[in-house]
Design a protein around this ligand. Structure first.
Ligand code: FAD
Length: 511
């Protein structure tokens, strides 16, 4: 039998996650006719950012067979229960700040009653914030409690969660694991990509190892997009007209795990031309300022970052600048080459969609890769699904920006109808009269479900006017009882769950 060769170019998170996933899914260790190689440049570094994740990462790590405790220890991980947004609805004024929480838990649904309309019909001035009224997770995260107890099964918990971790350490752990699963690792820089008469890749050339031929080339070369972009010329679709952020300044500050608060959520604080992320790791704090270079300059962004971390003007802060072009390629799989990770596209750091897109892509490749024969049909399907996924994420991210009442030029431009995708504008019109529902989305290509939209809409103060339909919602007493039950559950969870710090320490004490 001919050897089937998959060559992954790039050893960042995308390259190693793809390698480990394919090795596991295709049972590489048991199949001598299959070869999976990661070719990584010793001279070109990894992007080294990307510390926040989405709950899908748990099933991915579990599928790969990585022990949860080992993962937490080796990547300085903490547990993430959602995102706390500050100053997005309006700029701080007179000591008043707008805040809301986007938890991973879906809104509580029991006894056949959808509580969302009942929340919408409550007195807006007196009701609890949406996330607090409909889940217990906001109170758990606010109190810095963990989403699970130490004895709970790996990757399982009463509350949905993801992680924060050190991106470079994660790539290292995945590399180690992929090698154990039989993946070959070579250091070499691709300096030549030769195409055949059909436009497919014939071979790659490296000074270190000469030529590489393969049945499938996976481009994980990050923003350089050496194969899919430079060699194959797959067009890049910019979405800068909708999502304005195109730069980030990132820094990492050491913290004392014994002393500092250990948040189990990302903190996303809006500023005049973007937002700042704060991610608590075990022993460090990752902070980054995301901004639009059309609206503020690099110096101003550095000031915002410094002010955020409380650094004095003379204080030395190791700040990295990471420019990016928001957008994606509609053709991510061309002939015998498929792009995964930043080479396929990147929108912006908000809501941590980088890794989730890698997981989606590699899951599809593992399932759709034909055992033999032409790749045109799976490539077409893959491209359709990934395009839909990117488009849906663009809508979801834009939702965070276009509803703001902030008055700085960046925010006013974000609220301009011309910058809002038509599909989102159409949905916003509908949501004025009813809350988002599950038939608004085609679930297979969705990263975010209708309830994620609900958290953002109602967290941002969007109004769905149900007053005229009040009679359609007669179960007010039952709903009131259920709202009270949620708060009782939250009280109990606060008593039962350990502190986030204690759980992280528990994992770190294990060997
Ligand atoms: P890289 O890490 O850039 O790796 C590229 C690899 O390709 C390197 O190993 C390099 O050596 C190799 N290479 C390049 N050229 C060649 C060549 N010619 N020959 C051989 N090898 C080559 N995602 C999240 O999920 N959560 C977040 O919170 C998040 N925050 C982000 C914040 C910012 C500012 C940015 C820019 C991204 C963020 N992301 C986030 C996205 C995340 O960082 C990436 O999805 C992830 O790191 C994968 O990167 P990559 O492997 O595609 O590219």
């Amino acid at each position: 039998m001919n050897k089937r060769r998959i060559l992954i170019v790039g050893g960042g998170t995308a390259g190693w996650l793809t390698a480990a996933y394919l090795a596991k899914a295709l049972r590489l260790a048991e199949r001598s006719h299959l070869d999976v190689t990661v070719l990584e440049s010793p001279d070109i570094g990894v992007v080294g950012v990307g510390e926040g994740t989405f709950p899908t990462i748990r099933s991915t790590l579990q599928f790969l067979g990585i022990d949860e405790g080992r993962f937490i220890r080796e990547t300085s991980a903490t547990l993430k229960q959602g995102i706390r947004f500050a100053d997005w609805g309006h700029a701080p004024a007179g000591g008043e700040r707008h805040q809301f929480f986007h938890p991973f838990e879906a809104p509580f649904y029991a006894e056949g009653i959808n509580l969302v309309p009942y929340w919408l019909l409550q007195n807006a001035a007196a009701r609890l914030p949406f996330a607090q009224a409909l889940t217990i997770q906001q109170r758990v995260a606010d109190a810095q409690r963990a989403p699970k107890r130490a004895h709970e099964a790996p990757y399982a918990a009463p509350l949905n969660y993801a992680y924060h971790f050190d991106a470079t350490k994660l790539a290292g752990l995945l590399a180690d694991h992929a090698r154990q699963l039989g993946v070959r690792h070579l250091e070499g820089t691709v300096t030549e990509v030769a195409l055949d008469a059909s436009g497919a890749i014939a071979h790659l050339g490296t000074p270190q190892h000469g030529r590489f031929e393969a049945d499938l080339f996976i481009d994980c070369t990050g923003f350089r997009a050496e194969l899919i972009g430079r060699a194959l010329g797959s067009r890049f679709t910019s979405v800068r007209g909708q999502l304005f952020a195109d730069r980030a300044l990132a820094c990492k500050l050491p913290t004392d795990p014994q002393d500092t608060a250990m948040q189990s959520c990302t903190i996303a604080t809006a500023h005049e031309a973007g937002w700042t992320w704060e991610i608590g790791l075990n022993g460090a704090r990752g902070v980054g300022c995301v901004y639009s270079s059309d609206h503020i300059g690099d110096d101003r962004a550095a000031d915002i970052l410094r002010r955020y971390v409380g650094a004095g003007s003379g204080e030395d802060l190791a700040i990295r600048s990471v420019p990016f072009a928001p957008g994606y390629r509609e053709q991510q799989w061309v002939k015998n080459c498929v792009a995964v990770g930043l080479s396929a596209g990147f929108l912006e750091p908000l809501e941590s969609t980088g890794l989730v897109l890698i997981e989606a892509a590699v899951g599809m490749i593992a399932e759709m890769l034909p055992h033999s024969g032409p790749m045109a049909a799976p490539a077409r399907r893959f491209n359709e699904l990934m395009t839909a996924r990117f488009e849906n994420i663009i809508n979801f991210l834009k939702l965070h920006y276009c509803l703001s009442g902030r008055q700085e030029p960046f925010w006013r431009d974000n609220a301009a109808r011309t910058s809002i995708p038509d599909r989102l504008a159409e949905l916003l019109e509908e949501w004025r009269l009813r809350p988002p529902g599950r038939f608004d989305f085609v679930l297979d290509t969705e990263t975010f479900a209708f309830f994620n939209y609900q958290y953002i809409l109602y967290g941002m103060g969007f109004s769905t006017e149900l007053g005229a339909a009040r009679d359609d919602f007669p179960q007010v007493d039952e709903a009131t009882r259920l709202f009270a039950k949620i708060q009782r559950f939250a009280d109990r969870a606060l008593a039962d769950l350990p502190s986030h710090r204690a759980l992280v320490q528990h994992f770190n004490a294990q060997r």
